[in-house]
Design a protein around this ligand. Structure first.
Ligand SMILES: NC(=O)c1ccc[n+]([C@@H]2O[C@H](COP(=O)([O-])OP(=O)(O)OC[C@H]3O[C@@H](n4cnc5c(N)ncnc54)[C@H](OP(=O)(O)O)[C@@H]3O)[C@@H](O)[C@H]2O)c1
Length: 332
């Protein structure tokens, strides 16, 4: 597996990471199986997919516990990336950026992950009640204490980012400028995919100019860009796509030309290349500081996604993908 470095501290990881969220959170709960997920994580490490992205809120907590079962055997092979700052309640998710909470949450993550150091500790969302400098300062203390190697910031999500009518990443850029005054940012995590390319405008260039790594979340468009989802089939009630504006039967049908474009490029490559691999190759082509973290709970997807590093898109492929219609359906 090709290696990429994230951040000025030159942390090296496999060019494709693994988003562990679907193993315990967000998608079709009835298909989440611990043993299959454990095999998928082991399979990832076998293939050189070293960056394992999780969060304390996935599950909540069970995703980190699952990873801990692998890390206690294979810690040296993995790059552990987790998140702090969001708490799951009965019906809602709340931010908590108080320094005391951050310190306790980090110790709890270390215990669940069965490790004594987290490679990348990311602020999941800033707490509107706490100046972000205070939260970030507490995270910086964790680096000084040797519990964390580097810090990352997750972008304000699409719902929050678009509400103001401003550019999607304006609020994230403001936060980045503030936290950089306190302690260096090693990586930014934000959505980036063929159907959500907004980060290319300002966030990706901001990172590139400062030697900050970029973890591309949702690089497969929550599964849509793989072409394996059927419009109108519906989702389980606990699946976030059941309420996502791009996943109504109507919008999924309207966005099929995007999948068709990915399939066209894949067919041109031959060798069994898939739409999912082309979608990931497009993300990989956006800069050497970019590491996609496709989510998957099945080993076969992990292997297929790892194979995207070998799909080198030509200038013609990139032009064709860049010219695909914009996605329909948004949180606006
Ligand atoms: N910072 C944040 O706020 C934030 C937000 C969202 C996500 N993330 C991170 O980003 C990661 C990736 O995002 P995501 O999981 O939401 O979306 P994604 O990577 O765009 O898509 C994941 C979905 O695609 C399916 N899939 C994966 N590979 C496939 C393949 N080769 N063929 C067919 N289907 C495939 C998975 O199916 P199965 O479930 O069946 O395996 C899963 O349902 C997450 O795991 C998480 O670590 C971060």
């Amino acid at each position: 597996m090709e290696r990429r470095t994230i951040g000025a501290g030159a942390l090296a990881v496999g060019a494709v990471g693994l988003g562990c969220m679907p193993m315990s959170w967000a998608y079709s709960g009835s298909r989440q199986r611990g043993d299959e997920s454990l095999r998928a994580v082991h399979g990832a490490l076998d293939l050189g997919v070293t960056l394992l992205d999780t969060a304390d809120m996935y599950g909540p907590f069970t995703n980190e516990l699952l990873l801990g079962r692998v890390l206690r055997q294979r810690r040296a092979e993995a790059f552990v990336s987790t998140k702090v700052g969001l708490l799951v309640g009965e019906q809602h998710i709340v931010a908590n950026g108080r320094p005391g909470y951050v310190r306790r949450a980090c110790d709890a993550s270390l215990r669940r992950l069965q490790t004594d150091v987290i490679d990348l500790y990311q602020l999941h969302r800033a707490d509107p009640e706490v100046p972000v400098e205070e939260t970030w300062g507490a995270m910086a203390e964790l680096v000084r204490a040797g519990k964390v190697r580097a810090l990352g910031l997750c972008a304000v999500g699409a719902r929050g980012g678009r509400r103001s009518g401003a550019h999607l990443h304006d609020a994230t850029l403001r936060q980045l400028r503030r936290v950089q005054q306190v302690f260096p940012v090693t990586a930014v995590q934000a959505e980036l995919s063929v159907w959500s390319p907004e980060a290319l405008e300002s966030l990706l260039p901001w990172c590139a100019a400062r030697g900050v790594g970029f973890l591309a979340a949702m690089p497969l468009g929550n599964g849509f860009l793989t072409g394996t989802l059927t419009p109108g089939e519906g989702f389980e009630p606990d699946d976030l796509r059941a309420r996502h504006p791009r996943f109504t039967a109507e919008m999924m049908a309207a966005n099929q030309p995007i999948v068709a474009g990915l399939r066209r490029v894949a067919a041109r490559r031959g060798d069994g290349v898939t739409a999912a691999q082309v979608a990931l190759a497009w993300v990989l082509a956006q800069g050497r500081h970019v590491v996609p973290v496709p989510g998957a709970k099945q080993g076969r997807w992990v292997a297929e996604n790892a194979g995207s590093v070998d799909v080198r898109l030509t200038a013609e492929d990139l032009r064709e993908l860049g010219g695909l219609p914009a996605a329909q359906g948004s949180w606006d």
